[in-house]
Design a protein. Structure first.
Length: 294
């Protein structure tokens, strides 16, 4: 079993991105600028956004954090999104999910201009990705691909089983893994909470992606010997032994699954590290006008 060290891989890509940012500044005077909108005071969302702002500072990006109270109306939020769309100095825009129940997340995502949708959630970017056209790819699936490539893990002809069908991870991951490229060329099965014989299907996987959002759902009896396991889950589980009062757990019961695998990502320290790197890469592409010409 080899541990896929997301932290080490992220450090490798951080150095590359920082160098590209310096080159961009020297050539054009342009500094990549990421805008994050945060609604309410959700603890996990606060943490995620703080990590993104910190990464911007480390890599030489400019960042702007726009905060709204939980009571903000959908119309007010959409007006702010449109304002940012029109600002040529702002390259990428993310709206941190989840949003309050009275705001339709699809309406928000569809209002973000595709050229600034560095989260890769806009239907145009999802459609372009599905067709194999240049697009901003959702950060977490893209991070998974970067890990597979960095470790030279063979994917062609392999059976990839994705557990979870969310539009943020499961769906794009299933599309990416079947594309005629590397990483890709897999035979893909996408499963979810209503799938019958789920454990049996998971045991067929050469590459198993846990993206269901249920802590330690995937156990050893669901994994075949030698499988590659990518754990996308990240949930807070109460833990009185921790100063914070919680532990971070993935979808995979790591201690019992890891000995059966050829490669596995830990939680934390695995895929999550690469999610932010992917977001930074997308923002750099936006600043350069690489996907949508400025």
């Amino acid at each position: 079993m080899q541990l896929i060290d997301g932290k080490a891989v992220a450090s490798h890509f951080k150095a590359q991105i920082a160098e590209e940012v310096q080159q961009l500044k020297a050539q054009s005077g342009k500094t990549p600028h990421l805008v994050a909108i945060l609604v309410g005071t959700n603890g996990a969302s606060e943490t995620y956004v703080a990590h993104k702002v910190k990464a911007c500072a480390e890599l030489g990006f400019e960042s702007t954090l726009v905060r709204f109270d939980e009571t903000v109306t959908e119309a007010e939020l959409l007006d702010k999104v449109r304002e940012i769309n029109e600002n040529p100095d702002m390259d990428g825009l993310i709206v941190q999910l989840p949003l309050p129940a009275h705001i339709n997340p699809d309406a928000v995502m569809e209002t973000i201009h595709p050229a600034k949708d560095v989260d890769g959630f806009h239907p145009i970017n999802i459609g372009r990705m599905a067709k194999g056209l240049p697009a901003y790819i959702s950060a977490t699936p893209q991070g998974c691909l970067m890990l597979l490539e960095h470790y030279g893990i063979e994917t062609a002809g392999k059976h990839c089983v994705v557990v979870g069908r969310s539009q943020i991870v499961g769906l794009p991951m299933s599309i990416l893994m079947q594309r005629n490229t590397y990483p890709g060329n897999c035979t893909v099965t996408i499963t979810h909470s209503k799938t019958k014989n789920l454990a049996e299907i998971c045991r067929q996987a050469d590459i198993l992606v846990g993206a269901l959002g249920r802590p330690e759902f995937i156990t050893a009896d669901m994994v075949k010997e030698g499988a590659v396991v990518l754990d996308v889950g990240l949930e807070r589980v109460p833990d009185a032994s921790k100063k914070s009062g919680f532990s971070l757990k993935g979808d995979v019961k790591f201690d019992e699954v890891a000995p059966k695998t050829s490669f596995i990502t830990p939680v934390p320290g695995g895929v999550g590290q690469m999610t932010i790197i992917s977001l930074m890469q997308n923002t750099l592409l936006a600043a350069k006008g690489s996907i949508y010409k400025k």
